[in-house]
Design a protein around this ligand. Structure first.
Ligand SMILES: Cc1ncc(COP(=O)(O)O)c(C=O)c1O
Length: 373
């Protein structure tokens, strides 16, 4: 008997999503002018403990606009983790700035204060902490360093809706923070993103940049180039319904993580996610595993074997300092970040979607044990 394929992600849309979408259709409000956009911005600002939320079309453009809006000078350096998505480096490069990559911690997979301190130069102007896969960056010392040196901080909380750092919400730190609402996120709008800040003037600037820098008095005369990154009312309607169920979402994800931990406790040839640190409990946005050195193959081969057993997986991020496009531009040419290089080659994540059943978790864990036996 062939078993069904278990996808790596499955969103849950069983709250008020359909009702709110129907309201958009019934009222004719489908564009970015509709009332759900403001409601969603306020709801996410509340989740993140921020004064302002500016909804945009995805988490990548949220970073583009956030970095650009800080008004740094061409050639200024921004410290980013090498273990992250390309969006982080792309936002820095598109703003005319220089990405400086730092290695990650072997256990939490996040950037560290030691890495950041070692990467500071006289040209450093900003730091972009990016929370990876379920545990936040240990932000305290990084924020303190930024404060002392007058550096800007862009907090990429794309994966971290509903997570906290020492009791304060992720997305509440730094000058500006960003979220993604892609379907694998704890809050999804299909595609979508948000930029958040407590700074009133910066919020105004971010809203202008999101909306082509139209001017209130003379709409089609522009002093600056912006983006059309407006979120539609349809997307925001989904978002409002998703935020309503965020606490349950976090509970489900945490439970998925705990169940995988139980099933995989006796599998000693992998590294599992750290369940908690002194500043946060893991919320398992995704359940990642890293193959130990004694496994005679890499993540790619493990994923191929799991696919044959009907288990969907995703590789870990590929390091920024190893990206052909960035290297061709001359960035990070002499970098070496062994921790991130290792997990990029030996790490992948198991099915982690919200609709995952206990049976599917057990089957995925069993399949992993079988391919590693
Ligand atoms: C850490 C991080 N930053 C940014 C993004 C980009 O978000 P989007 O896919 O909405 O463009 C993602 C997407 O998964 C992400 O994981």
């Amino acid at each position: 008997m062939t078993e069904t394929f278990i996808p790596v992600n499955t969103p849950l849309l069983d709250g008020n999503e359909a009702e709110y979408l129907a309201e958009c259709i019934r009222t004719g409000w489908i564009s970015s002018e509709g009332p759900f956009v403001k409601r969603f911005e306020e709801a996410m600002a509340d989740v993140a403990g921020r004064r302002h939320g500016i909804a945009v079309t995805n988490g990548s453009v949220a970073l583009d606009i956030a970095v650009y809006a800080l008004g740094l000078e061409p050639g200024d350096e921004v410290i980013i983790p090498t273990f992250t998505i390309i969006s982080c480096a792309a936002a820095v490069v598109r703003a005319g700035l220089v990405p400086v990559a730092v290695d990650c911690d072997t256990a939490t997979w996040n950037m560290t204060i030691e890495g950041v301190e070692a990467a500071i130069t006289p040209r450093t102007r900003a730091i972009m902490p990016v929370h990876i896969y379920g545990l936040p960056v240990d932000l305290g010392p990084i924020l303190e360093l930024a404060r002392k040196r007058g550096l800007k901080v862009i907090e990429d909380a794309a994966e971290m809706h509903g997570q906290t750092y020492r009791g304060s919400p992720c997305g509440s730190f730094g000058d500006v923070s960003t979220f993604s609402f892609y379907p694998n996120k704890h809050v999804t709008t299909g595609e979508g993103g948000m930029i958040l800040t407590d700074d009133d003037a910066l919020a105004d600037r971010l809203s202008g940049l999101r909306n082509l820098c139209f001017q209130p008095q003379q709409r089609f005369i522009h002093e600056e180039l912006g983006w059309n990154a407006r979120m539609t009312n349809l997307q925001a309607a989904l978002g409002v319904a998703q935020v309503e169920r965020l606490p349950r979402t976090i509970e489900i994800k945490s439970r998925i993580g705990r169940l995988y931990d139980e099933h995989l406790a006796d599998l000693h040839c992998i590294r599992r996610p750290v369940p908690s640190t002194d500043y946060a409990d893991n919320i398992y946005w995704v359940y990642g595993v890293v193959l130990n050195d004694d496994v005679p193959f890499d993540a790619k081969e493990a994923m191929r074997r799991l696919a044959q057993k009907g288990i969907g997986t995703r590789p870990f991020f590929w390091c920024m300092h190893e990206q052909p496009v960035l290297r061709r531009m001359g960035f990070m040419l002499s970098d070496s970040h062994p921790n991130a290089e290792t997990i990029a080659r030996r790490g992948f994540y198991l099915p982690s979607g919200l609709a995952l059943t206990e049976g599917e978790i057990a089957r995925s864990a069993r399949a992993l044990k079988e391919i590693l036996a």
